[in-house]
Write a protein that binds this ligand. Structure first.
Ligand code: ADP
Length: 202
């Protein structure tokens, strides 16, 4: 099964992709994570795009994606989280494969800003917390799961987030009508959003 999850910053698409990929035993491909994990010569260039809230060039992300989808864990399918982000990428993807379902996880800009400004991640285990909403860390700045330090992503500042949301509305939303996408309400409990997505996939 090949799925695409689309949603604005903080919509919870990464969280849902994580839960659903485990349930369906398919891979979870987050292009944001792939880019953040780049090391070596390309890192500085990639970081300069991400940190300012800009998309990386299409040819670069396509190269990275093409390398990822041939890995063994993708044999039974995958969820694309963060790709495609514009029509060029969607059309390139059409040339490579068919997609079974495109799911839009919808949240308002107001909710997105609230979630992103409170978001903190653990530098050791990657767990995500939120100082404004939930899950709130028991001890401020410390990961409940492993005791690691909690930090804010460099692009989770007001200026970069504004640009990311603008790009989402101007570029990424266009892909929703390119496909027959189905919308779920992302402003519900995590469990309820998962339930709604699973219903669509049945
Ligand atoms: P968010 O969805 O909150 O913006 P991600 O972790 O999905 O967070 O992406 C972080 C950044 O990685 C994006 O702002 C962008 O710079 C880059 N990125 C991720 N996916 C793509 C893509 N498909 N095309 C271009 N840039 C991308």
């Amino acid at each position: 099964m090949r799925l695409i999850f689309v949603g604005p910053q903080g919509s919870g698409k990464g969280t849902q992709a994580d839960i659903i990929s485990k349930k369906l035993k398919i891979a979870h491909i987050s292009t944001g994570d792939l880019l953040r994990n780049i090391s070596g010569g390309l890192k500085e260039e990639v970081d300069s795009y991400i940190d300012h809230g800009n998309l990386v060039p299409d040819d670069l992300i396509l190269r990275i994606l093409n390398e990822r989808i041939i890995e063994k864990d993708c044999d039974e399918g995958f969820i694309l989280d963060g790709f495609p982000r514009n029509l060029v990428q969607a059309k390139e993807l059409d040339n490579i494969m068919d997609v079974d379902e495109v799911i839009e996880i919808d949240v308002s800009d107001k909710e997105s800003v609230k979630r992103i400004s409170g978001r903190r991640g653990c530098v050791s285990c990657g767990a995500i917390f939120n100082v404004e909403t939930s899950p709130r860390p028991i001890t401020p700045g410390v990961c409940d799961r492993c005791g690691g330090d909690l930090t804010q992503r460099k692009d989770d500042n007001e200026t970069a987030l504004k640009k990311r949301l603008e790009t989402y509305h101007k570029e990424t939303k266009k892909i929703l009508s390119h496909y027959k996408s189905v919308k779920v309400n992302g402003e519900q409990d995590i469990e309820k959003v998962t339930e709604d997505i699973l219903k669509i996939l049945k």
